[in-house]
Design a protein. Sequence first.
Length: 615
Amino acid sequence: MKFPSYLAIVSVAILFTTGPAEAQQNRQRNRARAILTIPEVESKDIICFALYTVHDKTLKLTAQLYPLAEGDSKTVRLEIEKDGQWVEVAKTTAIEPGWTAPFRVADWDDSKTYQYRVSHGSEATYQGTIRKNPVDKDELIVAGFTGNSIHPVHGGDISRQDIIDNVNKIDADVLFFSGDQVYDHNRHYAAWLKFGRDFGAIIKDRPTICLPDDHDVGQPNLWGESGKISTLSGAADGGYSQPGVYVQEVERAQTSHLPDPADPHKIGQGIGVYYTNLNWGNVDFAILEDRKFKTGPAGRVPKQGPRPDHIRNPDYDPSSVDVPGAILMGERQLRFIDQWAQDWRDADIKIALSQTIFCGGAHIHGDANGRLHADMDSNGWPQTGRNHALASLRRAFAFHYAGDQHLATIFHHGIDEHRDAVWSFCVPSIANLYLRWWAPLEPGKNREAGAPDYTGDHLDGFANKVTNYAAANPEKKPAGNLLNTRAAGYGVVRLNTKTRQITMECWPRNVDVTDPAAQQYPGWPRTISQFDNYNPPSWGRLGELTFDIQDPVVQLVDADTGEILYTVRAAGKTFTPGAPKGKTFIVKAGKDAADTTVMKDAMVGSEPQTIRLSR
């Protein structure tokens, strides 16, 4: 359909937000259809865009439809091109509300690239490409986005063509939208159509991961608290402000194409869960929900400012807000991460995707005078839950890729000491309405030579240990709607499955990323090793292990407690396990699982060994 403007889409969505009676809904659909058939619209274009993933030989694709008129068929077909002919591989029924058409095709041959088309009726089609699994590539490229504001004053409602062009130029393998794809709190469907029209040209041709966040589900902040109904403005008491059916519609639109949930049991109000993993190109992605189970602070923690989630008193006791019973990831999701950390089938690198990072990643909010000591909307709180999440992720040497903060940062996180957990990259907003700055009052310790004062070892507002390496702070007085002065942009992560290097790139808007003269934000690019994601400064090394097979899976187990410290796939035929000093360990290894004990009572400084694992 050819809408004359975004307002035309909005006017459609107004008709879909209310109306409990079926007769009223039918009238609304008819009125919506009348709007859609204005002269600028081609009514045969029923399908707006499509999202897909392929995992474990299963294709899941969700086609997003424009509203159907009463009497229109709800049957939608998925076809692929084989030997010059279109062959139907699946058929589904469009779901209202939301007009989504989810497909699932088992036994998918992911060794080949296919052209696909979604069809409705005799004329309406939408075409794209389902890529083959890029297991033959050394480098997997993941483009990351957050904060798709459409606010016209700050450059939100402008073309995304620069993003489309650059994604195609680098030929990104995966797209990752970490949240706030939609900012309209009452008309998700309308803004979701605009999102698809803006990004459909790249979404249709590559696996795409969308994680709905607070604005997507119609509220300014989100502490999901397992589906509770929120009763406070701002939802700081925990739960959802919009009805559960609205949240279900949003999640169906944004996540029904993801691999099946790891644990499909629903939470309150019939809201589902979508946390799962996606294995693509020998990279194993954990797709997490870091707000769905999180406890709301109001009524649970001592109030330290005008809002229950904001702490303005720098002299407060951080331990006073880490109250018993406060939850971040939730036990069932932590169990999933621990299981995922041990499963290295078809995986060389592991990466965790979630809405936001595990610390308070900004000091100044809103404008240059808006210093805020701590923000409970960040994943720095609750601290105990934050530490549990990081402890689980580092067991897989998992790099963390996220968004939400409006501010691009690189942090190396710490639990018991600085830099003893994983690295994170928070990408900047696509269009940055609400500004933030990383601006500690004291210079960081252990900074790299020549690095800005804001880098180095710090404590965030919750006394969490963090080490900053980059922050794309906006100008103090941004110039109007110029996106680059508002530190807008996106991220690119390059995952090399051969060298195990992870390269982070952070690009401003409206530059050609292939131009050698193009400048990234200060502090980028930065390359780390996969093994930097669990390499505490205080650790030592066991003796070097030499294997008779390539890239074995190695696991370190505490000999006294039986606790698994980590599991990882080695690079090559040698591996020197890192380990705490003064303790004994069991080392297990195997081709695809750590199923054979190869060392007992190992300690830091133990002798090198040659290990035979071939059978």
